[in-house]
Write a protein that binds this ligand. Structure first.
Ligand SMILES: [Fe+2]
Length: 135
């Protein structure tokens, strides 16, 4: 079962980053399936950890390019990543202590954040990176 699908309108023009976005979407779908199937918390937890770790390494990857090419909108973009890191850290902490479980609300938050971020902030670097010769 799929929650979201990667389509061309999510492309940022850099193959490597598109592939990472596809993997993020896979992990979100995986999480969705886990929730639908009412998997045990430890199963959900391991998918969540994968998702969060992968997201953070993906952010680091984008940020490495921002630095390398002196991307003019780097600061505001990194701020968005930071906000997400904070939100997710709080959520994971509460999940770990059993205060909350994975809800469709949380899943919606994650999905909306990822798709909106790709469509807005990530799309903004497309032209810049293409001009720098990234593909
Ligand atoms: Fe980003």
């Amino acid at each position: 079962m799929e929650l979201i699908k990667w389509t061309d309108n999510l492309s940022v023009g850099v193959k490597e980053l598109d592939n990472e976005h596809k993997k993020l979407i896979d992990l979100l779908n995986h999480l969705y399936t886990g929730m639908k199937n009412r998997e045990e918390n430890k199963v959900i937890k391991s998918i969540l950890d994968d998702l969060v770790n992968y997201t953070l390494s993906h952010f680091a990857h984008e940020e490495k390019y921002f630095k390398q090419y002196n991307y003019p909108k780097a600061l505001e973009h990194i701020k968005e990543h930071e906000n997400f890191r904070k939100e997710v850290t709080i959520f994971l902490g509460e999940f770990d202590t059993g205060k909350i479980t994975l809800s469709s609300h949380m899943l919606n938050f994650l999905t909306n954040w990822v798709t909106n971020h790709i469509k807005k902030q990530d799309k903004e670097y497309v032209k810049f990176f293409i001009e720098k010769g990234l593909k």
